[in-house]
Structure formats: C-alpha cells, structure tokens
Design a protein around this ligand. Structure first.
Ligand code: S3P
Length: 439
C-alpha cells in the first residue's frame, strides 16, 4: 500500500459484538491455488478464493505470462487455465506484486527455471523495502540468477531464467515463502532437491503440490525435510479455500475481550502449522470452542465460537513463532487488556513484514496509553491499564489496521484510524463485518 489521502475512519468505542461471521478465504492458500493452477495442465477451479488485493496481484502477474484466470470477485468460482510446468511466457512489461511478499517470493522460485526468459518484478514502497535475498540466495544453489538493488536483496528484481539443477538446500529462516519458492523451482530442476527448514513453517504448498500430482515427500524431524523429484506433471484440480485463521484472529481476540461478546467464526482453516494463536488464547484462558471439525480438500476446518471472559497474560517465543507470525499484532492488543506482564520474544521477523510490526504496534498502542517496551526481537506489554481513544494510523499495514480497530472498541473514548483501507490487502469486507457484528 502506498500512502493515502482518504479521510481517517471514525472508530467508536464501546458496544459489543454478537453473531456469526465468515472470514474470507485463506491468503496463503489462495496464492498457491492460483500459482499451481497456472502451471498445471488443464483447468483448476477455486472455490472461496480470497478476493483481495494480494491474490489479485498474483493473478495479474500470472495473466501477464499467459495464464488465463477468470475475474476475481467475491463469491465467484475462479477458473484458471494452466499453461503447464514450463509454459509461462516472457512478459513484455514489469510484473507488479503490489504489497504482496508472498507473490514476489513465490514468483522468484516459479520463474527462476524458465530457461531463456527474462522477468522483472517490483512492488509498492513497502514491498521494495522487504528482504528478498533470503529467496535469491538459496535459489542460487539450484543455479538461479536473481539480481536487484542491495546485492539482490531489494526489488525491482530481475530474474534471468536458467536451466536449474537439483540440490540439498537449507533455508536461512523458517519461512513458508522461502520454502515454497524453492519447491516451485525444484519442480523443473535436473535431479531431485531437498529443502531443509530450521523450523517447520506452514505446509500449504506441500499439501497442495501433492494434490496437484507433484512427486514430493515430507520427512525428517517435524516434517522439516521436503524432497521433490522433478518430472511429474501437475494436473488441474478443484481447490476449496478455507477461511483465513489470520483474519479470524481479530474476531477471536475481540470476542474474548469485549464484555458480552458472543461470536462464531465459520469455516476457519485449522491447519496445525497455523493454529498457534489458538494455543496462546487457550493459555490466556479464552473461551473458544471448535465446532463442526471437518476436512475440506486436504485442509482441516472448523467453526470457532468465542465468548468473553477474564484473560491471563501470556509468554511466547521463537518456538511457536512460525505458527502465529501474522497474529502477533492482534495478540499484542490482547495483552494490553489483561492484567499483568505479557512477553513476546523470538519475533524479529515481524520487523520485515509489510511494516516493522513490532515498532508500529508499540508506537500506535503507546499513543493510546499502553505500557509497552520494545526489544530487538519482541515486546513486553504491561496490561490492565485503560487505553484512551486517539488518532491512530495503520501506517499502511493491513494487520495493524484491523488490530487497532479491535483496540479502539475497548478504549475509553473514540478514535480515528488513518489509512484504514489497508485492510483490503487481506480482508476487504472487514469494516462491513465489524459494523454488522456491532449492530
Ligand atoms: C506466508 C508466509 C508467512 C506469512 C505471510 C504468508 C505464506 O511469511 O507471514 O503472511 O503464504 O507463505 P514468511 O514465510 O516470511 O514467514
């Protein structure tokens, strides 16, 4: 997102939240369904795809290289006509990844092996500041050629497609984006590749690539070793995208904190690599019931009912971080409203998200009167004092915008939120859902 001139949104304090809400499709799974559909043979149909700015960026890049993707709109079944594993064409202009780190990082892996073709990728001001060497460097072990500013670390990036070789590659960070880029590159390398992660990150790519027919095996301790044998052709599939637990998290925290709240979030993806937020909320004593547990197209799904009750402070660190990395901003809000000291550590990755989320959350919540110490890799939050409504700013970050919205409901006095439209990156109907659940 770039800076905006839209008027700040008014956020009224008080009131409660009641009812049922269906959060939009999972962002990570939506990107993958589009990408894998584009390089499969035949048609992929996608139900529940997130109709938001980030997946729209992925679709636009893929269209520019010859994949046919039907218009993305809420409630629409999306059709992707794949071009096959090596069918993506050289685009005649720059590929714009918008605000989306997942688009850019997965695209680097996808394009690195398109021998003889050249690609340039860029994005908005936030994305052009995010580190990309963490993908380019391990990809280079397969023979990839990625160049860019800061010794290949920052977009605009140029990819000169090359014939790749298989390799055993350890990733520098537990990042599903880095892992997925390598898996995509490995699909057309000469020889098998094994990707080894320092800790197990979200495994949507592994699940979905297997479903599309890739020859992929997961082994090693905690599934940290993933081996791809190239050569298997991907076949178009029907993908059902569950609701995004990272979007559900805003309602879970709001429902647990706001007096009288009773919310049911329907159809939430409960992949165990994503449910760290539920573990922390449970540790805090939140009342959350998982109803109607089921499996949908290879991903566990359930409905989550949350009611308000007293919460304890929490403490979590590096070991759980890959399972809740996107939920740290809203958990920081939760910590402000329970008595005692909460500790977040091992969270330095938050500093290279859409914004420096540790700094931005500390800055914005302190403006409301929160007592927060910022550390290089985390936050200490002394909760229990009341927060006051004030002039807030999402600083262009979707998860910050929605986290601050929840904080503003619990403040004494109304707030305003500048750049609230950032929410559309992952949850375009957030403000409508909020208005409906309050009435
Ligand atoms: C994502 C992985 C995570 C997450 C991001 C989406 C993905 O990033 O923060 O929102 O879809 O693979 P990292 O892989 O950098 O941890």
């Amino acid at each position: 997102m770039t800076g905006s001139t839209a008027a700040a949104r008014e956020l009224k304090a008080g009131g409660s939240l009641k009812g049922r809400v269906r959060v939009p499709g999972d962002k990570s799974i939506s990107h993958r369904a589009l990408l894998f559909g584009a390089i499969a043979e035949g048609e992929t149909t996608i139900e529940g795809l997130l109709p938001a700015e980030d997946p729209i960026s992925t679709a636009a890049c893929l269209r520019a290289m010859g994949a046919d993707i039907s218009p993305i709109a809420e409630g629409e079944l999306i059709r992707v006509t794949g071009v096959g594993l090596d069918g993506l064409q050289e685009p005649d202009t720059v590929l714009d990844c918008g605000n989306s780190g997942t688009t850019m990082r997965l695209m680097l892996g996808l394009l690195a092996g398109r021998n003889g073709r050249h690609f340039v990728l860029t994005g908005d001001a936030s994305l052009r500041r995010r580190p990309m060497q963490r993908v380019g460097q391990p990809l280079a072990m397969l023979g990839a050629e990625v160049r860019g500013r800061g010794d290949g670390n920052y977009a605009p990036l140029a990819v000169q497609g090359r014939r790749l070789r298989g390799a055993v590659v350890g990733t520098p960070v537990a990042s599903a984006q880095v892992k997925s880029a390598l898996l995509l590159a490995a699909l057309t390398a000469e020889g098998s590749s094994t990707v080894i992660e320092p800790a197990h990150s979200r495994d949507h790519s592994e699940r979905m690539l297997k479903a599309f027919g890739a020859d992929l095996t997961v082994g090693g301790e905690m599934g940290r070793h993933i081996t791809v044998q190239p050569g298997a052709r991907l076949k178009g599939q029907h993908v059902v995208v569950p609701g995004d637990i990272s979007s559900a998290a805003f309602w879970l925290v709001a429902g647990a904190l706001i007096p009288g709240a009773d919310l049911t979030v329907e159809n939430v993806g409960l992949n165990p690599t994503r449910t760290g937020v539920l573990d922390v909320l449970e540790q805090m004593g939140a009342k959350i019931d998982v109803l109607n547990r089921r499996d949908v197209a290879g991903e566990p799904v359930g409905d989550l009912r949350v009611t308000c009750g007293p919460l304890q402070p929490f403490r979590f660190g590096e070991e759980i971080m890959p399972r809740l990395v996107d939920e740290v901003p809203i958990l920081t809000v939760a910590a402000c409203f329970c008595d005692g000291e909460s500790h977040i550590s091992g969270a330095a990755e938050l500093r290279v998200k859409e914004t420096d989320r540790l700094a931005v959350m500390a800055r914005q919540l302190k403006a409301m009167g929160a007592d927060i110490d910022e550390h290089p890799d985390g936050l200490v939050i002394r909760g229990g004092r009341s927060l006051r409504g004030t002039a807030l700013d999402s600083e262009t970050d979707h998860r910050v915008a929605m986290s601050l919205a929840v904080a503003s409901l619990l403040a004494s006095g109304d707030s305003t939120l500048a750049q609230s439209e950032a929410a559309a990156v992952s949850y375009p109907t957030f403000w409508d859902d909020l208005a409906r659940l309050r009435s």
